[in-house]
Design a protein. Structure first.
Length: 312
């Protein structure tokens, strides 16, 4: 993979420490690529990680996760996206454990990690912990990742309701994370209501549609802002202003945790694509059209000049 400066999707990302004065242990990254010098197919990777461990340990864990996942994607040939992401998650977990073993102050640190990798128009995603991935299609928002948390497992078991989960004393207990415990990343993408796990796993590589919007966030947002409020913000504003509004809304409700939000949107037809995402043939056609336009303009200018000098 070759890094590029112009992503083929519209992007925005923000992080904020919240209102409690705690250190920001969230970390995110947005990285765009083309496959190789001879293969201009575009892809984009976005990751949100929410570190735990206190002081600077959580910050180290979340940054390590983003960098290791990024490195795994960049070193791949893009032929096996799900396997590449899963392997990168496991290597990130091992690196976090190794760093924790080298410094007693970082013992027990870990992090969530939610990522989305879009290759051309194909969607691949993975998560561990309770940072979330949403898809907004036709102005309807749906969470397509599943939280790895005590309350989500209790909801799945029918022990508590979603309304009870929000204020439950175990609402911040995560059951999977990088750096220890259960480190198996989750490759299920829940694109439809009530679909079985097998179908959710097969959703990897699903095509995105023009206008589709992918939204990633840490629980600093989702704990205090409802899904319908996220949907309304993304529906009614440009990406940058929508993310600013969501962070302000979370902070207005106390900002009890670090807040990180990332959005990627597929351009609508007719929206100019970046040069990096265009094929060589399309670029050549554009150059030819420009040259024809310039030549026509020059001929017209000469005709007008001849008329002005000799015929009027």
């Amino acid at each position: 993979m070759i890094r590029t400066e112009k992503p083929h999707l519209q992007t925005a990302g923000r992080t904020h420490p919240g209102m409690t004065g705690k250190n920001n242990e969230d970390y995110f990254g947005i990285f765009s690529y083309r496959f190789s010098k001879s293969d201009p197919r575009p892809s984009i990777l976005a990751i949100v990680a929410d570190g735990v461990g206190g002081k600077q340990a959580g910050e180290v864990a979340s940054r390590t996760a983003v960098e290791m996942i990024r490195r795994g994607v960049e070193q791949s040939d893009g032929s096996s996206p799900v396997e590449t992401l899963a392997d990168s998650y496991l290597k990130a977990s091992a690196a976090i454990i190794e760093k924790a073993g080298q410094d007693l102050a970082k013992k027990g640190m870990g992090t969530t990690a939610t990522s989305v990798w879009v290759i051309e128009d194909r969607l691949y995603g993975m998560n561990i912990g309770n940072s979330r991935l949403y898809l907004m299609r036709d102005k309807a928002l749906r969470q397509i990742s599943k939280d790895h948390s005590w309350v989500q497992e209790a909801i799945d078991a029918g022990a508590i309701s979603p309304d009870q989960a929000r204020n439950h004393p175990n609402s911040h207990v995560i059951t999977r994370y990088l750096g220890g415990g259960r480190t198996v990343p989750d490759a299920r993408l829940w694109l439809a209501e009530g679909e079985p796990e097998e179908a959710a796993e097969k959703n990897q590589g699903a095509p995105l549609e023009p206008g589709d919007l992918l939204f990633l966030c840490s629980d600093g947002l989702s704990d205090v802002v409802e899904d319908f409020e996220i949907e309304a913000a993304l529906k009614n504003g440009a990406l940058d202003s929508a993310l600013d509004h969501l962070i302000a809304l979370a902070n207005a409700r106390g900002g009890p945790d670090n807040i990180t939000v990332v959005a990627l949107q597929v351009p609508m037809p007719g929206t100019e694509a970046s040069v990096e995402s265009q094929s060589p043939g399309r670029r050549r056609a554009g150059i030819v059209r420009l040259l024809v336009y310039l030549a026509s303009s020059a001929v017209l200018a000469l005709v007008l000049l001849f008329w002005w000098l000799f015929l009027r």
